[in-house]
Each structure stands twice: as structure tokens, then as C-alpha cells.
Design a protein around this ligand. Structure first.
Ligand code: CIR
Length: 241
């Protein structure tokens, strides 16, 4: 992952520290009650640790996506066998548009799809059509230009509640949801993952931790310093279903 893509340059992640942080993440997923399928590393694809971008997992089917960065195109084929082991139905994103999974926030009934540098209109249209067949109502949202993915700055806390930065909080698409706003200056905390009773959140954001604890959430703090160096966060490193 030392060669991972990153906006604006910046240092390489420390590979050993990244591996340790990744192991802690896997352990936390297990502790939260999930069974884990851990895929082997692939040295040819430095961003492939961010499995979330190559597919979307629904209840009874998976959708294999077409990531928007050329160096990541082949990750879809890499992950197909693992998807086929888990799902009776794996649907390839129709057409030739692009979608990164990091731009897709699923709630029980809605699919928020952020248009971004990685997810274009054609990709949105194709994904929206597939998701509609699975009873999700697709909602197009804009990913602000200065962030990589829509979910870089928001995450689902529960069926009706979204943790979102100020930039996204007033988003028209979120109008039917409760919004918990990420404290100003702690935007890096927004990419949370909710697993059963636990909310995973990155280390280093004390106001956000306190805010979620005060709201009654069980907060699990994980260090993501190395993933962050290549624009990754907590949701990116797993596909959850
Ligand atoms: C990339 O630029 O594609 C990776 N370095 C980071 C991907 C992070 N994935 C995500 O937010 N879902």
C-alpha cells in the first residue's frame, strides 16, 4: 500500500504499522460479532486493501462495480471469486460508467450515491437501475470537490441517523434522516462504521467520541493514521453484509 493513490502527495504509509492497524480493525470487526473472510494481499494493486470500492453487498446479492481510478479497474475481477462464494447472485455494473463503493451510502431503503471524481453520471444511472430492482430508492448527491468519496464525510449511525460533516449535513437528500453533525475541525472522524451495537470511529477526534457516547452509542476507537495517508478510512477496508 506504500504506492497507494493519494490526493495532494504526502508521505507513504508505514507498511508494518498499517498491517498492525489493519489487524486491529479485523479483530474489532470480530469482537463486534462478525465473521470475517480475509482476502490475501495483492502486491500489484496497492489500493486493493480498500475492498469497499470494488463492490456493494446487499442482503441477497452483490454488485461488482467499476472503480473510477484506472489503476484500480482490475480490482473488480480480483474480488469476484470471493463475492461468488458469499452470494448466489453477483451482478456486474451494467454499461461503461464508473462507481466507487466509497460513494455509496446504503440505509434500509435508500441508496445515497455521491457523484465524484470516481463516480460519474453513467455509473450513477446504471447503479440506480440495479438498486431499484432490489427495492432501494436511489438518491443522487454531490460529493464536495475537495473530498475523495461521499462517505469520506458521512456514515450511518442507525437506520434513521447519519453522522455527517457540516458540508453534507444540510444535503437535500438527507431530509428524511436525523443528522448528528461531526464537530467542526474533526471532519476526519466522519467515516464511521456501525456494526451491531458498536460504532467504529478513528482515533484523534475526542469531541466526536464524546458526542457519540453522550448520544448512547458504544464507541470503538481505532487508529487509522496509515490508511489516512492514502485517503482511506474505516469503511473502506471491508465489505459488510
Ligand atoms: C484511492 O484513492 O482509491 C485509495 N487510495 C483510497 C480509497 C479509499 N476508499 C474509500 O474511501 N472507500
Amino acid at each position: 500500500m506504500s504506492n497507494g493513490l493519494r490526493d495532494g502527495g504526502g508521505p507513504n504509509p508505514d507498511a508494518d504499522l498499517f498491517a498492525a492497524q489493519h489487524q486491529a480493525y479485523v479483530a474489532a470487526l470480530q469482537d463486534a460479532g462478525l465473521q470475517i473472510t480475509q482476502l490475501p494481499a495483492n502486491e500489484e494493486f496497492p489500493d486493493s486493501v480498500f475492498v469497499e470500492d470494488a463492490a456493494i453487498c446487499l442482503r441477497d446479492a452483490a454488485i461488482a462495480l467499476r472503480p473510477g481510478a484506472p489503476s484500480r479497474f482490475a480490482e473488480t475481477a480480483l474480488i469476484q471469486p470471493a463475492l461468488k462464494q458469499q452470494f448466489g447472485q453477483v451482478i456486474d455494473l451494467p454499461g461503461s460508467g464508473f462507481v466507487d463503493g466509497g460513494d455509496v451510502l446504503l440505509s434500509d431503503n435508500h441508496a445515497f450515491i455521491g457523484q465524484s471524481k470516481r463516480t460519474n453520471q453513467q455509473g450513477f444511472d446504471a447503479l440506480a437501475e440495479v438498486l431499484t430492482k432490489f427495492n432501494y430508492h436511489p438518491i443522487k448527491v454531490e460529493t464536495p470537490a475537495d473530498i475523495l468519496h461521499f462517505k469520506t464525510e458521512c456514515g450511518l449511525l442507525d437506520s434513521n441517523t447519519i453522522f455527517a460533516t457540516g458540508k453534507l449535513a444540510t444535503n437535500e437528500g438527507f431530509k428524511d434522516y436525523n443528522i448528528v453533525e461531526v464537530p467542526f475541525g474533526e471532519e476526519g472522524a466522519a467515516n464511521i462504521v456501525r456494526i451491531n451495537e458498536a460504532v467504529f470511529i478513528s482515533d484523534g477526534y475526542p469531541k466526536s467520541h464524546e458526542k457519540l457516547r453522550d448520544l448512547g452509542y458504544k464507541v470503538v476507537i481505532l487508529n487509522t493514521s496509515e490508511a489516512a495517508k492514502i485517503d482511506g478510512g474505516l469503511s473502506c477496508m471491508s465489505l459488510r453484509f
